[in-house]
Each structure stands twice: as C-alpha cells, then as structure tokens.
Write a protein that binds this ligand. Structure first.
Ligand code: TXA
Ligand code: MG
Length: 351
C-alpha cells in the first residue's frame, strides 16, 4: 500500500521524522524537489536501491543522483575535490545543480551504475532537505517516472505510475522548475555540462570563467563510444505517439511550416499565443513563448496531457536553445527521438 501525505498547507515535523526513519530502514519515499519529484532510498541499503531500479524499469548501468541535506555530508561520500569544483559547489548548492565527483568506497557501485564517480545534489526544496536530514543518510533519488517517460512534476503523474509500488508519496504541489538539475562534471579543469538545466552555461561562466556543453546535449549519443553520462543512452521523456519537433533559432514565425505536417488526429504542443492558429484536433499550451521558465515548468505535464488524447501524431513547437532554452531543447529533442525540423537550415531529419 502507498500512503500519501499532503504537505502543501502544512508540513508536520513528526511525519518528516517518521518518513526519514522509514527511508533509513529501507522504505521508498517519493518526495518533492525544486526540479522534479524524486523516488528516494537510503544509499547504503542495496535492497532499497534495487527497488528503485525495479519500480522505474531502469537499466542498472544508469547511475542515480545522491541527495544530501548539507555540505558536511559531502565529505563522507566523495574524495577531496578541486578548486573549480569547490567554487561550483559554493555557488550552486543548494539548488538545481548536480556535480559529478570521485566517490568513496562507502558509496556502492550499485548506486553509481558501476562508475567510480557519483553525482551529488543538495536540493533547495525545504521538504527534500528536511527529509534527508531526518533520514540521517544521503538519499539516492532518480526522477519519479517510469523509465523513458517524462519526469513527474505533480502528484497526479507520480501517483499514476507508482501507486501500490512505493511506500510513501509526499504531495507538495507542482514542481517549481519542472526540468531536472544541471549535471556538471569538471574535466581537465573545465566544467562540462552533461545535462542542461536551470543553471545555465552563462551562470557557470560567471563563477569559474569557462564552460563546455557536452556534444550529447543537443545530439544523440554514439552508442559505440563510451558515454560520459550513461543516462543519454536511453530513450527519455517520450510520448507514445510519433513526435516531430519544429523549431527556429532566429524567426518566431514558422506556422506555415507546421501547417504542412498536420494530419487528421494531430496534437500540437506549443505557445499559448499560437493556440488559435492551427486547424488541428488538439492543441496543448505550454505557456507563453516569452517565458522560458513557464515552459520549463509546464513541458512535461504538456507532453503527458498530449499523450492522454491518444493522437496519431504530435508536433512540438521548439524554442531557442539559448539560456534556459538549452535545457528545454535538450528534453524536446530527446522526446521526439531527434525527429526534428530546424526551419532556419531547412535541415530535415527523418520524418
Ligand atoms: O533534478 C534532478 O536531478 C532529479 C531530482 C529528483 O533530484 N533527479 C534526476 O535523476 O533527474 P535521474 O536519475 O533521472 O537523472 C540522473 C542523471 C542521468 O542522466 C545520469 O546519467 C546522470 O544524472 N548521472 C548520475 N550519476 C552520474 C555519474 N556518476 N556520471 C555521469 N552522469 C551521472
Ligand atoms: Mg530521469
């Protein structure tokens, strides 16, 4: 049985303490973070960690992010780190930021998918932090979604997929950010973004003066080569229906191109401002075209809503990949299995 606690109006410290003890003792708790909901287990309990892989249907070599409640926990699980890494930690923790560091032996490889490194994140969400503190152990938590599906950003999505599997769910309303944390690994002294998020390349440059965006952020991973972030090998964020992403970096007007691809049972996912401009069966608005934070927040919910209409075809209107748009486009390219049209270049991928 899954028990749901609602913390939206009031957060009961007694319940937090109870859930913390339960996690420590091997139970699985879905909890809110500022990015997306996480499905959490005690990192030191292999049986509990195994349940997470099982419930999600996740590949064993796809490492989990380890969540801490304060920086003192960091030194227990990772080896000393460089100055560049320290600057990033000081600037972005707590927050929507994950850093890959060399793990100590106490972090078992079943958590890290066999790697000697571990991704560490200190959420800023108050419920998440209190829960980790109450558990007294770091919590391994991937996004709360079945493998391949968009991450859970609200109770309905999470409940549908995990009711009857996990022990507890904490309902704390819609996730603030809606897209997962920025994942960074410092390689040869330069921070490399393995997965973009709310913390942008520009934010990182401001702190350490340099940044690289890994090739796999906007391109599919070459499966014949060793990948830096195992997550990129797997299908992700995908709707059921065949999906086409149409975007332009320069012009905001490409409705005519979109119209050419509409078939009878099509659902378009696009800006609020365009909602009356197409003759298509369904239109799902992801928010204002001028507000990337709003689009981040709503994009997974929009994909799930589009899916619920059971359309034959989904067209997603892309955004510019600058600033926060980089994270959105990274998710949309993967949601569409790189089936995209870049209007600027007339470059067409397989449609
Ligand atoms: O915002 C988030 O990060 C959410 C919330 C719950 O904290 N968590 C999350 O976890 O998105 P998950 O498991 O869905 O994504 C983890 C990503 C994967 O792309 C994985 O490949 C990468 O982080 N990752 C984790 N550990 C890694 C490591 N040691 N080296 C390289 N990449 C790693
Ligand atoms: Mg995930």
């Amino acid at each position: 049985m899954t028990k749901v606690y609602n913390f939206m109006n009031e957060m009961d410290q007694e319940v937090i303490n109870f859930l913390g003890r339960e996690i420590k003792n091997g139970k699985i708790v879905i909890f809110p973070t500022e990015t997306v909901y996480g499905i959490g287990a005690n990192i030191f309990d292999p049986f509990a960690v195994d349940k997470i892989f099982d419930f999600k249907g996740r590949a064993n070599d796809n490492p989990l992010i380890v969540h801490i409640s304060d920086k003192t926990m960091l030194n227990d699980i990772v080896f000393p780190y460089s100055d560049v890494e320290r600057k990033l930690i000081d600037a972005f923790m707590p927050g929507p930021f994950t850093i890959i560091l060399n793990k100590r032996d106490c972090v078992n490889k079943y958590v890290t998918g066999g790697l000697n490194t571990v991704g560490v994140r200190m959420p800023s969400n108050i419920v998440a932090r209190k829960l980790i503190k109450a558990a007294g152990v770091p919590i391994a938590a991937p996004s709360a979604n079945l493998s391949g599906k968009p991450s859970g950003t609200n109770i309905d999505d999470v409940y549908d997929e995990f009711n009857g599997k996990v022990d507890y769910i904490i309902d704390y309303g819609d996730s603030d950010i809606g897209l997962e944390s920025t994942v960074v690994k410092v390689i040869d002294g330069i921070p490399v973004i393995l997965r973009p998020g709310k913390i942008t390349p520009e934010d990182i440059i401001e702190v350490v003066g340099a940044v690289k965006v890994h090739d796999t952020v906007l391109k599919p991973a070459d499966l014949n080569e060793k990948v830096e972030s195992p997550g990129v090998k797997y299908k992700h964020y995908a709707p059921e229906a065949k999906t086409l992403l149409i975007y332009s970096d320069y012009c905001s007007y490409f409705k005519e191109t979109i119209k050419n691809y509409i078939i009878p049972n099509t659902c378009i996912i696009g800006p609020e401002e365009w909602k009356n401009d197409f003759d298509c069966k369904y239109y799902v608005s992801y928010g204002s075209e001028n507000n990337l934070s709003e689009i981040s927040k709503k994009i997974y919910k929009s994909i799930r809503l589009a899916d619920s209409y059971k359309p034959d075809f989904i067209i997603i209107v892309g955004v510019s990949d600058k600033g926060e748009g980089l994270a959105i486009m990274n998710r949309l390219l993967r949601a569409s299995s790189y089936n995209f049209i870049n209007v600027d270049k007339f470059r067409q991928n397989k449609v």
